[in-house]
Design a binder for this molecule. Structure first.
Ligand code: NAI
Ligand code: 15L
Length: 268
């Protein structure tokens, strides 16, 4: 198989459980890790299961032993108090990169988020070079991960693909997700491209299916060779377009980050 050992953090989460079923062919061993591992059950053939709090530096270093490549999906996946975000996402990601360096890991795929740029408007189209505009502390933590991984690439040559995932669920849950939808098949294909492209350097790519009216231009990640095969159009019956403009004070419709914007301090 192409890799000896893939480490998947966040393996017990929504996407982690999908990936567990789909990445076995890429490595002799898939090491599945999460802060809580009960939901993972027993390790199957060619799997290892490791309980690890990403905020625990020594535990993260131990977990990295023998790993070739990392899919870093662990951490808080929505908005929380800054202290919580700081531990799981900021310190957690710093611990991952420190261990990646010490263990000579060659490449990481970092599960970033569209909330790194959630303060762009739904009338904007942006690419990977647009300045970040996080919409939450959660989004700030993803900007940190993108910045840290760029530093590890510039300083040490460790490659990372930061995937600014849109909305990766079985189907869109609201009208906004008609634009941000990222099917599981397209996610797996983008990860495959990210791990197997010969050179990725430090790449930022938007994780999206081929949705009408996309806000995100992936031209600068063309070297990954990723082509989305799915589209939210097959769910058009769930959220028919109304053609109405959002009210001027409808924050969740005006900004790309949608309802995450309603987490701002002014709403508390
Ligand atoms: P999830 O919340 O279902 O899974 C995250 C996993 O990380 C959980 O199993 C949780 O136990 C684990 N975790 C949390 N704190 C931890 C810590 N301190 N140490 C170790 N593990 C910890 O989220 P989901 O949807 O599976 O997302 C996975 C990744 O992708 C996250 O990083 C999220 O920010 C990112 N993402 C997901 C999107 C989606 O549409 N599902 C959209 C954008 C980004
Ligand atoms: C995210 O970053 C979250 O992890 C996920 O739960 C979704 O809410 C997604 O963004 C989204 O923007 O739809």
């Amino acid at each position: 198989k192409p890799f000896k050992r893939i480490l998947l953090t966040g393996a017990a989460g929504g996407l982690g459980r999908v990936l567990r079923e789909r990445i076995g062919a890429w490595a002799d061993v898939v090491r599945l890790s999460d802060i809580g591992i009960d939901a993972l059950g027993a390790a199957r053939a060619s799997e290892e299961i490791v309980a690890c709090d990403l905020a625990d530096k020594a535990a993260v270093l131990a977990m990295m032993d023998g790993v070739d490549v990392v899919l870093h999906f662990g951490g808080l996946s929505t908005e929380y108090a800054f202290d919580d975000i700081m531990q799981a996402n900021i310190l957690g990601t710093a611990n991952v990169y420190e261990a990646v360096h010490k263990c000579a890991v060659k490449r990481v795929v970092f599960a970033s988020s569209n909330h790194a740029v959630g303060f762009y408007r739904t009338t904007d189209v942006i690419d990977a070079d647009a300045p970040t505009r996080p919409d939450t502390f959660y989004g700030v933590s993803k900007c940190f991960g993108e910045s840290l991984s760029r530093y590890y690439y510039d300083r040490l040559g460790i490659e990372t693909v930061c995937v600014r995932i849109g909305s990766s669920f079985p189907e869109p849950r609201n009208r906004r997700m008609m634009t941000t939808y990222f099917s599981y098949d397209d996610l797996v294909e983008l990860l495959r491209c990210s791990l197997f492209a010969p050179r990725v350097g430090h790449t930022i790519v938007f994780g999206q299916s081929d949705n009408a009216g996309s806000w995100w231009d992936n031209t600068k990640a063309a070297h990954l060779g990723f082509k989305a095969k799915d589209s939210s159009s097959k769910f058009a019956h769930l959220f028919p377009a109304s053609g109405e403009y959002p009210a001027v004070d409808d924050v969740a419709a005006i900004y790309q980050g949608g309802a995450f914007l309603l987490n701002g301090p002014q709403y508390k």
